[in-house]
Design a protein around this ligand. Structure first.
Ligand code: NAD
Ligand code: ZN
Length: 392
């Protein structure tokens, strides 16, 4: 399942222009010139708009993307509590459907509550669902939009750093099953993504940091300039200065957009974005998704991939130290030294990155440059995991 139904949404999307600033508003946060990135996915092309204060301008942005009068917003009690009033003020016609977020609520039961909200509100195939929350709300709301009446309009307004740089771009939507993460889903591109770095002000510090590890992932895997920019701007970034965040978020969206344009359904190039995720997913599963935030697990995964690459002679030790230094600068990671290295291998065998019995592994070949290999041995993996402090 890809794309959205042709019709009013799609047609008016092609006529859209960049949103105009509203001179009537005097919000000091409002940036009147959103940065714009076009995501040219094969199934649909759409804009990502990035500017502090953008949620004040939601109406003009969404209208110009073809979002019509019938629209719904899916959010969580936390996000709606902080930002619901601002959202409602900017887009009063969007009927709110508030459901719990957090990984354990990314379930068929909660998705079903979204369907109920749509049904009760009289949503039909001309309606648009706007997701307003982190990656869980984006993935689950996106999945509901992809499947309700075989697909309605979708727009993302992501509110965590992770969702702004990653989850909201590229069209992967889905929910978890008891048997594993994201086991049910679709590729379903939105018609627009609106990113306001200002909403990150209320994000818990640990969640914000977890997003920054994913930003480093883009830098190490495919963009040296981005990596350098993040390292040089660590102070203002961690203070969440929108002026520092805006270009970094935009750069991440650009990298992800280029990769999605080349490989929408992750059969090749898109796999490079799994840098740090093979070991990361194993650590998340081994700690039952309770100890490590996703970004923190990815940070460990990047360190493991660096250790393997250095041992193979594919990455200079100095580069590894620079990467490890950047990760360390963001603060301490939760400990993993009570975990067994051998047990992680078991978890990796169940990962979706195993294709025809071979584990796909992204190894850095420098900062900003990486390669996908399929020949990482158990011995190499165990050695790398022990370097991270894991036990036998
Ligand atoms: N679709 C994709 O391509 C893709 C990519 C990466 C991750 N994901 C998915 O994203 C999910 C993780 O997303 P996440 O890290 O955003 O987690 P999340 O959605 O659970 O949000 C984390 C926490 O932050 C809170 N929150 C969100 N925005 C806030 C704000 N502005 N202020 C205060 N609190 C706020 C939420 O209530 C929640 O408690 C995972 O399910 C993962 O599978 C999807
Ligand atoms: Zn990730």
């Amino acid at each position: 399942m890809t794309g959205q139904p042709a019709g009013a949404n799609l047609l008016s999307y092609h006529r859209q222009k960049a949103p105009r600033p509203n001179p009537q508003r005097h919000d000091p946060m409002a940036n009147t010139h959103p940065l714009r990135i076009e995501i040219a996915a094969p199934s649909r092309s759409y804009p990502v708009l990035v500017a502090a204060g953008m949620i004040q301008d939601l109406e003009s942005a969404l209208k110009e993307a073809g979002v019509g009068a019938s629209c719904f917003v899916v959010s969580s009690p936390t996000v709606w509590g902080f930002w619901g009033e601002a959202f409602h003020g900017a887009l009063p016609e969007a009927a709110p459907i508030v459901v719990p977020d957090g990984e354990r609520h990314k379930t068929p039961a909660v998705a079903s509550r979204i369907y109920d909200g749509l049904l009760k509100g009289g949503a039909d195939r001309s309606s648009t669902l706007i997701t307003f929350g982190g990656g869980v709300i984006g993935d689950m709301g996106g999945f509901a939009a992809a499947t309700y009446m075989r697909g309605i309009g979708l727009a993302h307004v992501p509110t965590t750093l992770l969702a702004q740089v990653d989850a909201a771009i590229g069209g992967k939507v889905g929910i978890n099953l008891p048997g594993g993460k994201n086991l049910v889903g679709a590729f379903y591109q939105p018609s627009i993504v609106v990113i306001d770095p200002g909403v990150l002000a209320t994000l818990p510090r640990r969640e914000f940091r977890a997003g920054l590890y994913e930003v480093l992932k883009y830098g190490v895997a495919c963009d040296r300039d981005l990596f350098d920019e993040v390292c040089a701007g660590m102070g203002p970034l961690t203070r969440r200065d929108p002026a520092a965040l805006t270009p970094v978020i935009t750069a991440c969206c650009r990298v992800k957009g280029a990769i999605v344009a080349a490989d929408e359904r992750e059969t090749g190039a898109r796999r490079v974005l799994n840098f740090g995720h093979t070991v990361g997913h194993a650590l998340e599963a081994a700690t039952r998704y309770r100890r490590l935030l996703h970004g923190e697990a990815v940070a460990y995964g990047m360190l493991a991939a660096c250790a393997i690459a250095v041992a193979r002679g594919a990455l200079a030790a100095a580069d590894r130290n620079t990467i490890a230094g950047a990760i360390a600068q963001l603060g301490p990671l939760p400990p993993v030294n009570d975990l067994s290295a051998a047990a992680q291998l078991e978890f990796m065998q169940h990962d979706k990155k195993v294709h025809e019995g071979r584990l796909h592994f992204v190894l850095p070949a420098g900062i900003g440059n990486s390669e996908i290999v399929t020949d990482v041995s158990e011995v190499e993996l165990l050695r790398a995991l022990r370097e991270l402090g894991l036990g036998e």
